[in-house]
Design a protein around this ligand. Structure first.
Ligand code: NDP
Length: 506
């Protein structure tokens, strides 16, 4: 069955048939099909051009340079975005410093909280607008932006609003002080949510911010800037500087920045650590992962299948904590893989704005090339590749959900972060072997364990070297719960009380 879809052969599953839908060919089992259920894009008005958000206003970049952001599902340009250079960063740092010293820093926590509550409520009120915009700019399915990204972003503002006037009770001393101006560089996989993870604790603690969204997904950060205006946040408290990696590097390098927070690749994280070393700036890094999702023979199989699917196919696998290595106990491996394949034939890939879509577009051509290259390496190294029958839309960046079996620990697909909808399946016989294999990675961000025994969950959680261990669930997030890794997954925690420490002088 390997690669039927990609090689254009007829699928071998007799019960499965292809059904044409708008923009994509969907696969339906047992003969039924879904009518298209597209979300209207009319709710959001997209400008042809966007400036930088500096000192409370949208302004053009000093250089006048712009770049296009592209809809990954159609490859059509959406809007032109200003490119911030070092001079723009300088202006934004000056505005953030003034705001820190004159308004936001001296403001009582209870007053800061009101602004954060206001932002949270506006996010809720405009959630549909944000969800549609995020799907258009990122390529992720509307059901995920609507049900996960946007509600969680609002939840982070609500949660940290609650801390703003209680910092002295957070366990960091009687009068914990903010750091000053924070430079925050975020990736494209959860654009609004990552902005919320960065901004909400920083603002609650009394810092002012420069946010650099990813080049391919700037639009919801710019809409969030508009929300800051709507909430009448004082000018300079939040600044949004769009651009590519050079803009991020200029933010990180600016001497007026007191704190750098970065989420992205380990490679760029290392470059940032080098740039910051010796400057006295505080740093937190949330980098990549290659998480093990461990399924024991006593696990509830149907629930585990949902957890495996959620672990690696949620957000097209563009998730740093994705359960990209499935470790399954040998005695149940065939059964689990068989059930998993059956489940994958029911996933619908296509138009991100269709409410029935499970798998949307890959965020960029560059990322698609990386996933394609690593998957080819998996085959070349001898693993067995399988995808459900799934015809990909002709335009846009798409990759069929893919499962590799017969994977060994030395394979690149078992070692490197693919950051796409690609699962590598390995087996184990004993709990000790599961732990050894789970920990056989330079990363240490997350892990999952599926078993009916509570004692085994605790035994595994104590031994797996990961910042987060999910038990009988996967990819669960809550603003009250700290998240972060160690080793090559970075350091520092986001979320919860721990997330405040990153923005306080403690
Ligand atoms: P990057 O780490 O390059 O990008 C993350 C952010 O950093 C973006 O805003 C990026 O800008 C910016 N940036 C890039 N270079 C610099 C620099 N020298 N100094 C400061 N900021 C910089 O991730 P990519 O988007 O290039 O993805 C590459 C790989 O990284 C993926 O294939 C995936 O494996 C991994 N990744 C991991 C993530 C995670 O959460 N763990 C998130 C995203 C990617 P710009 O967008 O313009 O490049």
């Amino acid at each position: 069955m390997a690669d039927d879809a990609e090689r254009g052969k007829a699928p071998t599953r007799p019960a499965t048939r292809q059904v044409r839908g708008p923009g994509a060919t969907l696969t339906a089992e047992r003969g039924w099909q879904y009518a298209p259920a597209p979300e209207s894009r009319e709710i959001v008005s997209i400008e042809p051009e966007y400036g930088l958000f500096v000192d409370g206003a949208f302004v053009p970049a000093g250089s006048g340079r712009t770049f296009a952001t592209v809809n990954p599902a159609t490859e059509e340009p959406i809007a032109q975005i200003a490119t911030a250079d070092a001079a723009d960063v300088d202006r934004a740092v000056a505005a953030a410093r003034t705001a820190f010293e004159q308004t936001w820093g001296p403001m009582p926590g209870a007053e800061r909280a009101k602004y954060l509550y206001r932002i949270a409520r506006i996010l809720q009120e405009r959630s549909r607008e944000f969800a549609v915009l995020e799907s258009i700019d990122n390529g992720k399915p509307i059901k995920e932006t609507r049900d996960v990204d946007i509600p969680l972003a609002a939840a982070h503002f609500f949660y940290y609003a609650g801390w703003a006037d209680k910092l002295e009770y957070a366990g960091f001393g009687a009068d914990p002080r903010p750091l000053g101006v924070a430079g925050q560089v975020i990736p494209w996989n959860f654009p609004l949510l990552m902005a919320a993870w960065k901004l909400a604790p920083a603002l609650a603690a009394g810092n002012t911010c420069l946010l650099k969204p990813a080049e391919t997904t700037p639009l919801t950060a710019l809409l969030l800037a508009e929300v800051c205006q709507q909430a009448e946040l004082p000018p300079g408290v939040v600044n949004v500087l769009t651009g590519a990696g050079e803009t991020g590097a200029a933010v990180v390098a600016h001497p007026g920045i007191d704190k750098v927070a970065f989420t992205g690749s380990t490679e760029v994280g290392i470059a940032i650590a080098e740039a910051v070393a010796g400057t006295g700036k505080k740093l937190t890094l949330e980098l990549g992962g290659k998480a093990a999702n461990v399924v024991f023979d006593d696990a509830p199989v149907e629930q585990a299948i949902e957890g495996i699917v959620n672990g690696i196919f949620f957000n097209q696998g563009h998730v740093c904590c994705a359960g990209s290595r499935l470790l399954v106990q040998e005695s149940v491996a065939d059964h689990v893989v068989d059930r998993l394949r059956r489940r994958l034939t029911t996933l619908r890939l296509g138009d991100p704005l269709d409410k029935n879509t499970d798998i949307g577009a890959i965020n960029s051509r560059q990322q698609l090339d990386k996933i394609t290259e690593l998957s080819a390496a998996g085959e070349a190294e001898g693993a067995h590749r399988w995808s459900p029958p799934c015809e990909l839309p002709k335009k846009g960046y798409w990759f069929a959900p893919t499962v590799f079996t017969g994977v060994s620990q030395s394979h690149r697909i078992a070692r490197e972060e693919i950051f796409g909808p690609v699962l590598s399946v390995l087996t184990f016989r004993t709990p000790e072997e599961a732990v050894t294999k789970a920990n056989n990675t330079p990363y240490g961000l997350s892990a999952g364990v599926w078993t009916e025994k509570g004692s085994r969950i605790l035994w595994m959680a104590q031994r797996m070297r990961a910042g987060v261990v999910w038990a009988n669930t996967y990819n669960r997030f809550d603003p009250a719960s700290p998240f972060g890794g160690y080793r090559e997954s970075g350091f520092g925690r986001e979320g919860g009380r721990h997330g405040l420490a990153a923005y306080l002088d403690v």
